[in-house]
Design a protein around this ligand. Sequence first.
Ligand code: EPU
Length: 366
Amino acid sequence: MDIPQATEPYSLKAHNSLGLEAFANRCIRLNNSASLYGLSQQLTESPRCILGHGTNLVIQGTAANPLKATVILNELKGIVRLPEQADGRPRIRCAAGESWHAFVMWTLAQGYGGLENLALIPGTVGAAPVQNIGAYGVEVADQIDAVHAWDFHQRDHVVFENADCAFGYRHSLFKDSNVQGPWNAPRYLITAVDFRLWSGSKAPLRLAYAGIEARLTALGIDHAPNPYQVAHAVMSLRREKLPDPEQEPNVGSFFKNPVVPKPFAQSLTTKYPNLPCYEAGDQSKLSAAWLIEAAGLKGWGLDQAGMSGRHALVLINRGQAKAADVLAVCQGVQKKVMGQFGVWLEPEPLFWPGSQAPANDSEPQS
Ligand code: EPU
């Protein structure tokens, strides 16, 4: 049986975009899905966790007290075209360990639309469905046909159709299975994702999100943009607004935009008319970045970690941050925003060990 090489103890600093110096007591590189059965047998009952590019994670293990788990680095690679179906739309299967942005650029180079608004999001293809990545009015779930995974319980490959993935705002069945169970016993390892895209000229472009049309105009693209040009506008906006993880290590948005009952949102927007507020089913979604900035916390922080001065929602490693510094900043923001607006901000990244967000020990929002 082809079991991938194991090493121990292992620094995860190069495997998390916050750049935290974190250690696990064992690490395995997975580059062949045929080895999953053998790996499952080897890891029976053993703690495990699955890592892509670590762009949505706060890892807490130290050299003296490493994560007590085998970290599986998902390095499965490969992109294949699937046979056409009656609707004539291109269908692509992409292995989970491919880089998300490189895959988006590959689809655009083939002349396929659908993923252009999601250009430049850090991370792997396999991580994309876990938190249903989204940007500029599009969520990845809109273009997913099916998700292929290894089920550690059944020790077999399983396929989830889109409707079975429980996709929601920054949410899916796969995130649930990580968050609800123990942090070190995820049930599913995503091996590949099937996408249903559009042949370029047929792609229904989504340009309504603030800033895209203006940026296209600024780039000299005044009418009938193609998906590649939309991606270019999105990349230009992201580079301007969001700190680059290579320069200032971060995990993108550190907090989710809070979804609150409509009457509560109305009371806040009456008091603060500039607070952005969007429909979210029968509830309302508020802008976490606005709340953080209005609480005076944009650019606020401690020596080693703090909120970005460029985008209020992004928490930055300012140098040698440890997970404890990140948690202290996170809790400082949560408490101040709660005190001022009565809204508890929930972190977007997962936490290892624990994968639980810090608890709300303040007054509940009404
Ligand atoms: N705003 C501020 N201060 C700031 C930044 C923004 O007040 O420093 C306010 C502005 O009013 C702005 C509003 O917040 O109009 C919304 O800002 P933005 O367009 O940047 O969007 P966001 O809601 O803060 C979400 C996603 C981002 C995604 C952008 C663009 C979440 C948690 N974040 O941010 O996703 O790129 O929309 O679509 O939903 C990520 O998840 O890592 C991520 C970067």
